[in-house]
Ligand binder design. Structure first.
Ligand SMILES: Nc1ncnc2c1ncn2[C@@H]1O[C@H](COP(=O)(O)OP(=O)(O)O)[C@@H](O)[C@H]1O
Ligand SMILES: [Mg+2]
Length: 166
């Protein structure tokens, strides 16, 4: 999945983040199971940030895939319906893109490791633990930050913070 993207150089260009998210959700999401709804809510401030849209899109797909897997880990038990919400906000000098899911969540100890390369709690053949370390590398190149907020059995929010163009 990442090979094609990683071999490409990163080109940062100013972008309207709401337009980017709108286009991404409507045209570029890899795949969404029927029983999980993907919604988004955009800030009224119409912020801009320097982004490489292809790489940030790949980051969003990594986070959405993790959200789907976290929801499916619950659904195997009780059939709860899955929700993934994407939110844009402006806080101080940052544009923040949050991906929230009502999946299985994580304990603090797991949260502290998720951005490390090859860290995984999953047993799937395609889960090598490289998704979020790729995300962190890409966001670092954007001079941004990655944040995790999660409670076990309640859900998870992963935030990517990008410097706001003033
Ligand atoms: N949305 C999420 N909900 C619960 N746990 C998550 C979520 N996203 C990531 N994780 C945890 O972080 C770990 C690392 O994620 P990632 O780097 O994408 O690797 P992988 O998905 O291959 O395990 C996962 O194994 C899982 O434990
Ligand atoms: Mg993953």
């Amino acid at each position: 999945m990442h090979k094609r993207i990683q071999s490409q150089s990163i080109i940062l260009e100013p972008a309207y983040i709401n337009d980017f998210i709108d286009d991404f959700v409507n045209n570029k999401v890899s795949s969404m199971p029927n029983d999980i709804s993907l919604n988004y809510k955009l800030t009224s401030l119409n912020p801009r940030a320097f982004v490489d849209e292809e790489h940030i899109g790949e980051c969003l797909n990594v986070m959405i895939k993790n959200a789907i897997e976290a929801i499916e880990a619950i659904e195997a038990n009780d059939g709860a319906s899955g929700i993934i919400n994407i939110l844009t906000e402006v806080i101080n000098d940052w544009v923040i893109i949050s991906i929230h899911d009502n999946g299985i969540g994580m304990e603090k100890e797991i949260q502290s490791k998720i951005f490390e390369a090859f860290y995984t709690t999953k047993t799937g053949d395609n889960n090598w633990g490289i998704g979020l370390s790729y995300v962190k590398q890409i966001i670092d190149i954007h001079n941004g930050n990655t944040v995790v907020e999660s409670s076990k059995h309640k859900g998870t929010t992963i935030k990517i913070m990008l410097p706001l163009i003033m």
